[in-house]
Design a binder for this molecule. Structure first.
Ligand SMILES: *Cc1c(COP(=O)(O)O)cnc(C)c1O
Length: 357
């Protein structure tokens, strides 16, 4: 079957070269006569892969030297818990901005660890905007943010200036735009949106902020241990890390973070322009907070749903059904999504509007 236009929210589209490279390495890693997934993670081959993945993250995101780059297991969902366990002091408080379903899950894990303050929330409007005015007390241990709300289609455009450590879940927009890593004490991102397959989570951590919680933390949840062991405390997810490494190479070869950001702006504009000018559709997120990664929109008249669904399906489009919390449609247009595929969706929307009533 010919390849579909993949708008899936996650796991999601990867560059064809990355899929090809990963498939080849599973068969025979760089002609060594063994598969990537049957060699020791302590072999010189895999150590080189891990080093390359970590140094590409450093290079592409301009990570300061006193930060560690780790590829751990457990998904961003375990990151919610690790953030609180490693940064919330015994008897201390974690502050959270609630911008959607993933923020809520982070809050829930924080509450298991200790005291949580929700400093701002957009739940009053079904998370269709990013709250911007809120006060942060220096008595709190950290401020937790979700940079891009995969389900509700909103994205933080300007990160707040904070005097306490900032922890950010960047699962669905990591590598999509330039960020200033030193504005954060910890960034974490599940791989399966913009980086690779599921199975690993990228952590970028300020080493100076670790080891201050005063808690006894189980080894696998202890970021100081993972940092000391260079992401090799136990067997790392070798296939997922290798594939992330290929994506990182692809980003570098395609012009790096500036070029990714530029392409993502253009791609998102193309689709938002259609949503705003097409009489059949409307966007769900407040304009200034619209995500460049997950574009959410609805039909003005749901009676047309069956007709539109038939049209995009036959155009070879996959994965645009909206999340049940928002309804309608969600086009996830991560780094690897070519502009041509977005044009196919835009053309389908135009064709749909041009049909006789
Ligand atoms: C997908 C997603 C998660 C969950 O990631 P897992 O790796 O499945 O735990 C968390 N946060 C955000 C913003 C996401 O998009």
């Amino acid at each position: 079957m010919s390849k579909l236009h993949n708008f899936s929210a996650g796991p999601s589209i990867l560059a064809p070269e990355v899929i090809e490279g990963a498939a080849n390495a599973v068969k025979d890693l760089d002609n060594i006569g063994l598969s990537l997934i049957e060699i020791s993670h302590r072999s010189k081959e895999f150590i080189a892969i891990m080093n390359e993945a970590q140094s590409l993250v450093r290079e592409i995101l301009d990570v300061p030297d006193n930060y560690s780059v780790l590829f751990l297991q457990g998904g961003a969902s375990l990151g919610f818990l690790m953030a609180a366990l490693n940064f919330m002091k015994e008897g201390g408080t974690g502050a959270y901005v609630n911008t959607g379903a993933w923020s809520k899950k982070a809050i829930k894990e924080g509450q298991i660890v200790g005291d949580v303050k929700i400093v701002a929330s957009s739940e009053d409007a079904n998370f269709n905007y990013i709250p911007k005015e809120y006060a942060v007390s220096t008595n709190w241990d950290y401020l937790h943010l979700t940079s891009n709300n995969t389900i509700f289609g909103t994205q933080i455009k300007n990160f707040p200036v904070s005097r306490i450590p900032v922890i950010c879940d960047m699962s669905s927009d990591i590598l999509s735009r330039k960020i200033n890593v030193s504005d954060f004490d910890m960034i974490y991102a599940g791989a399966q949106k913009n980086l690779g397959p599921s199975g690993t989570t990228l952590y970028i951590i300020n080493n100076d902020s670790l080891g201050k919680s005063g808690r006894s933390i189980p080894s696998m949840l202890n970021l100081s241990i993972h940092t000391e062991k260079g992401s090799m405390f136990n067997t790392p997810p070798v296939f997922a890390i290798y594939t992330c490494m290929l994506t990182l190479k692809w980003v570098k070869e395609n012009g790096g973070i500036e070029e990714m950001e530029k392409r993502n702006e253009e791609k998102a504009q193309l689709l938002y322009n259609e949503i705003d000018s097409n009489p059949m559709f409307e966007g769900t997120a407040v304009r200034e907070d619209r995500s460049n990664m997950n574009v959410t929109f609805v039909l003005k008249d749901d009676a047309n749903k069956e007709e539109f669904d038939k049209m995009w399906t036959s155009a070879g489009i996959s994965g645009v059904k909206g999340h049940r919390d928002v309804g309608g449609y969600r086009a996830s247009i991560y780094n690897a999504m070519p502009k041509e595929s977005i044009q196919v969706l835009v053309n389908t929307m135009k064709e749909f509007a041009a049909q006789p009533a």
